[in-house]
Write a protein that binds this ligand. Structure first.
Ligand code: HEM
Length: 266
């Protein structure tokens, strides 16, 4: 029973917690990542060609007795993870990542033999962005060794079509993420509360929606285009960008400049 509970807890944490905190500085820098990626795509091998390894060669670097060292690959890029031996060495919690490219498992958290695969062809663009965060983590913290011949690099170390596809998804995903982030800055969510006795209330503060800012704003309903559904966002009424937005509506019986509005039905 405890085993199942721990497994369940791990899965929940894996999805919600770890990649976030483990790579927080990288996530925080998504726009810089986009910038640097645009300047040097993943497949740009010219700057650091390094060694070109076959899968058999890489498999010798799994830290087992008599093995040559500790390497792992992600998106076909090989890193020496010796300095993280406590994680990657035999007996370590992430030993299964060594001696192979298990890119898929960095995102799925499926560490079974079948899950430890480099196949990411069915990933969404946001999963590719999350995978790129892991790649950036290894580029920052570990020594690059070279490229792995296979799914992502040819025998001469050139990027394959599969890698080009990943790059296209990455580019799309980063653009979407940057767009979502700037939208969140423009339309931070309101605080809200509801109680049986006094009904609902929405209000703005300098931290509502998790966006720290030096303005409070006033609550408005923001409708998704063509939909009857809305969410409460905080806007600066003086910002001319909002006068054009036909999807914004004031709350009923709430003065236009009030920072807090009671929600009335209808
Ligand atoms: C998708 C799921 C997960 C993946 C792919 C993953 C991957 C990793 C990797 C690769 C490392 C080593 C980082 C390094 O080289 O320094 C690591 C470290 C660690 N992970 Fe995970 N992890 C996952 C889920 C979890 C969960 C669910 C927990 C806890 C409940 C956890 C706790 C830790 C801890 C405590 C460390 C050590 C941090 C340190 O000492 O620096 N991980 N993880």
């Amino acid at each position: 029973m405890l085993k199942y509970f721990v497994a369940l807890l791990s899965m929940v944490l894996a999805v919600w917690t770890v990649p976030e905190w483990l790579t927080f500085p990288i996530y925080g820098n998504i726009l810089n990542a986009l910038d640097s990626w645009l300047q040097q795509p993943l497949s740009d091998v010219s700057s650091s060609p390094g060694r070109i390894l076959t899968e058999d060669e890489l498999s010798l670097y799994n830290g087992a007795q008599g093995s040559k060292g500790l390497y792992l690959a992600i998106l076909g890029q090989v890193f020496d993870v010796e300095k993280g031996r406590k994680h990657y060495g035999p007996g370590g919690g992430y030993h299964f990542f060594t001696g192979r490219d298990a890119s898929r498992a960095f995102i799925t958290g499926d560490f079974t033999e079948a899950g430890l695969s480099s196949d990411v062809s069915d990933f969404s663009d946001s999963q590719i962005v999350a995978l790129y965060d892991w790649l950036a983590f290894y580029q920052k913290d570990y020594t690059p060794v070279g490229k792995l011949i296979g799914r992502f690099y040819t025998e001469t170390g050139q990027p394959t079509d599969a890698l080009r596809q990943v790059e296209a998804f990455l580019s799309e995903g980063l653009k979407r993420k940057a767009q979502a982030q700037s939208e969140m800055q423009l339309y931070p969510a309101c605080n809200s509360e509801w109680s049986e006795a006094s009904g609902g209330r929405v209000w703005c503060s300098t931290m509502s929606g998790g966006i720290h800012r030096d303005w409070v704003g006033v609550p408005r309903m923001l409708f998704s285009p063509g939909s009857v559904h809305s969410r409460c966002v905080c806007i600066r009424p003086s910002d001319p960008v909002h006068s054009e937005n036909r999807n914004l509506r004031e709350y009923k019986d709430c003065p236009p400049h009030a920072e807090s509005c009671r929600i009335t039905k209808g």
